[in-house]
Structure formats: C-alpha cells, structure tokens
Design a protein around this ligand. Structure first.
Ligand code: NAD
Ligand code: MG
Length: 409
C-alpha cells in the first residue's frame, strides 16, 4: 500500500492511558496508518519508546526541562523533537488527517482547538475541554468544518445509536456509570479512602485524574456536560444510570418507546477504533462480549447524597455561563489536592462546591477568556485548599499520597 493511502494520525497525550490504547491499535494495523506527531507531558522514556516504535515526523514534550533528555533519547532517529506548551500545539497543527485529543484536563484545550481550527477529524477523549469551553469549541468545530468524534465510551456509544437525521424523535439519552470503586461505600467510609483505593477502578484501567473523578462520580457529571454539547441536549434530557458491569455503554430513548444501546467488553480500544475507522469499522483484539458468561446485568439510580459531585455538575450545566469552567478548574485542583494527600476524599466535592458558591465570574466569550478564567479559579481553589490544610482539616493516610501522573506520564 502507498503511504498516501494510509490515514495520517497524531496523538496528543500519547503517553497516557487513552494514548496507550490508541498506540496499540496503530501498531496492530501498520498498513492503515502513518504517524505524524506524538506528544507527552513529561515521561521522556515512554515518549521516546513510542516514537521509536511508531516513527512519527515530530515529537513534543510539554515539560520544557525534558527537552535535552528526549533529544538525546531520539538522537540518530531523524525525528524532530520540541518541548513546551507551544510545541504541543505545533504537534496538533501538523497536517494529520486524524488527531487523538487525549491530554488530561484543561491543559488539552489549546492543543485540541489547534487541531479543530485546521479542520481535522478530532477524536475527543479530553472531556474537560468541552466542560470548560463547550459552546466556544462547538462553534469553532462548525466554523472550521472539523469533525468531532466522541471517544469517551458513553458518548461514543450514544454517537453509534443516535439517529442524527431524526433528532426530533429522541426523548432522552442515558449515560451509564459503573459507580466507581466506592459505589457501595457510606459517606463515613468514603471520608477515609486513600488515593490508592480511589484510583483502583473495578472495570477500567485509566489515568489517575479520571479514576478519582469516577470514584466521586464527578466523571459522570463532566460527562453530562460533555453530552449536552456533543448532542445539543438540555440537562433534563440526559439521565444517568448506574450499571456496575459496564457492558451497556449508554442508551438513546426514542419517542416510540424504542431504546437503542451499544454494548461491549469494557475496553477503550473499541470506542477508539470506532473513531479511527469511522465511518467504517476495523478489527480489534478486544475480548468478544459473551453475555451468557456475564449472565446478569444490574442497574440502579445514582445516589445523589453520597455522590454530591454529580449534583454539582448538573447545577453548573443548568447555570451555564462560567459555571462549568469553574466546576472543572475547582475539581482539577481538588483532585490534585487529594492525590497529593492534602485533602480527604469527601473534601473534593466540598472544595468544588465552596469555590462555586464563592465566585460569580462573567461568561467567557473567547478561548482566552476561558484560559484566564481557568487560571483565576485554580488560584482561588488552591488558596482555599491551603486554608483547609493550615486549619488542620482531617486527612487520609498521607503515606498513600500519589503524585498526579506519577511515573507513567
Ligand atoms: P492519563 O493521565 O493516563 O494521560 C494523560 C496524558 O496527558 C499523558 O500523555 C500526559 O503526559 C499528558 N499530559 C498531562 N498533563 C499535560 C500537560 N499539562 N500538557 C500536555 N500534556 C499533558 O489520562 P487518560 O486516562 O489517558 O485520560 C486522558 C483524557 O481522556 C482525560 O480527559 C480523560 O477524562 C479522558 N478519558 C479517559 C478514559 C480512559 O479510559 N482512560 C476514558 C474516557 C475519557
Ligand atoms: Mg466515560
């Protein structure tokens, strides 16, 4: 096959969990894809290993202090190396047909937007950028004629069964939620949970931040906001259903009583492959779904009292304006605080709520407004976090603190 027949792809956040699943699919299908650019945060060894395996034209690492080590690790490879936030955006600007947006947090906003602005097909894993800047992002997608393909498993499921041409026949969408590792824990038990317990997700192997978000169910809240933008639906037409087996990835309910769902083994390679091959489908090495082996699927309504983060996210979506960006920035600081042992598990939602109640910023009109707002709210949340620490708020076992992105990234 000629090189020009291959789809050229870039991965933003290649060294992370979604990045790794994407790499797996590329390595298994070398005849279908060529790699234009890869980015990582600060894990030089992993990024260099991926670059040697995938032979991209360009590699960027966000942490500028990693430049020398990456350059050395790739010496003689002929691969161009750069470092810093601008370099990550430069990677997104390079002419790949398809870009995986898998940087975690609001740090992914500008790189994702850079790919959108050149009209690329963007596979979107980075939900935080839609939470913080959903209206602006969706406007930019339309203006650039870009294609946004949802990779988050729930949104990818909905995308697969959402009849775009019959929107008026859709009553609501239902996002399923595993309920995370503390699905059955009491609030008192949750208050003592350590970072190591929070990141040990029962169904999915994911990055530290999203694992904590799953444990608080803030992840589902962020996903409700993400769905509102991707599918242009109001908050009251997006339901959440706890489904611990994570086999049904989400559902769409139609006015004739039909409910369409997408099912599969919980493995991110399925939604990623759907985005990679779209509108076609490609083979994966995902374990086939055997429902007779699973036998029972269970469902329940989310418990809003034990998982207040979900209610906070719904409130932020209903308020609109700056509130979703406030929620997101407050949550990013709270999760970092929890992972570094400064904040107890139940303190995460408390801190987010405190920040949401304390501020009332103007709605952002531009991406620069969003970035300024994100910075301001992070500073506010960090001040409040430090105040809690100095007032001696009770902490979980400090020995179990996990540095965010430790090791792998
Ligand atoms: P991860 O922590 O494993 O990886 C994050 C990636 O972002 C890494 O490559 C890291 O180096 C990079 N990164 C971190 N900070 C950066 C910065 N400041 N600048 C540039 N790069 C930076 O996270 P993940 O689990 O792969 O999740 C990535 C995104 O996908 C998140 O938004 C998450 O919510 C979403 N998502 C993940 C999963 C999953 O199964 N892991 C599922 C659905 C959605
Ligand atoms: Mg999800």
């Amino acid at each position: 096959m000629q090189d020009s027949d291959r789809k050229s792809v870039s991965i933003l956040g290649a060294t992370g969990s979604v990045g790794g699943s994407t790499v797996d699919l590329l390595l298994a299908n070398p005849e279908r894809f060529s790699v234009e650019a890869l980015t990582g945060g600060r894990n030089v060894a992993r990024l260099a290993e991926l670059a040697r395996a995938l032979r991209p034209e360009f590699v960027a690492i966000a942490d500028p202090s990693c430049y020398g080590a990456l350059k050395e690790a790739l010496s003689g490879s002929g691969i161009e190396v750069a470092a810093g936030d601008k370099a990550v955006c430069e990677a997104a600007a390079r002419p790949a047909d398809w870009v995986m947006a898998a940087i975690v947090g609001c740090a992914g906003l500008l790189p994702t937007l850079t790919a959108v602005r050149r009209g690329a097909t963007v596979a979107l894993a980075n939900k935080e950028c839609l939470v913080s800047a959903g209206d602006i992002m969706m406007r930019e997608v339309a203006a650039a004629g870009a294609t946004l393909l949802p990779v988050d498993s729930e949104h990818n499921a909905i995308f697969q069964v959402f009849e775009q041409d019959r929107r008026e026949a859709i009553e609501k969408i239902v996002l399923t939620a595993s309920g995370g590792p503390f699905r059955e824990a009491s609030l008192v038990e949750m208050a003592n949970k350590s970072p190591a317990e929070a990141v040990a997700h029962p169904r999915w192997d994911m990055g530290a931040k999203i694992s904590v978000d799953s444990a608080t169910m803030m992840n589902k809240g962020l996903e409700v906001i993400e769905a509102a933008h991707l599918f242009a639906l109001p908050e009251d037409r997006i339901d959440v259903l706890v489904h611990p087996e994570s086999i049904i990835h989400s559902l769409v309910a139609y006015r004739d009583g039909s409910v369409l769902a997408q099912l599969g083994t919980p493995d991110m390679r399925t939604p990623i492959s759907y985005a990679l091959a779209w509108p076609d489908r490609m083979p994966t090495n995902v374990r086939p779904l055997d429902l007779s082996e699973i036998a029972t699927l269970t469902f329940s309504a989310p418990d809003m009292a034990r998982f207040p983060a979900l209610a906070l996210a719904r409130a932020a979506l209903r308020s609109g304006g700056a509130m979703p960006a406030v929620l997101n920035a407050g949550n990013e600081i709270a999760v970092e605080g929890f992972l570094s042992g400064k904040l107890g598990f139940t303190g995460i939602a408390e801190l987010v709520e405190e920040v949401m109640e304390a501020v009332d910023p103007a709605a952002p009109d531009t991406i620069d407004d969003v970035i300024g707002l994100d910075r301001e709210i992070r500073a506010e949340a960090s001040r409040r976090l430090d105040r809690r620490v100095s007032s001696g708020a009770r902490l979980p076992d400090a020995d179990s603190a996990i540095e965010i992105g430790a090791g792998r990234l």
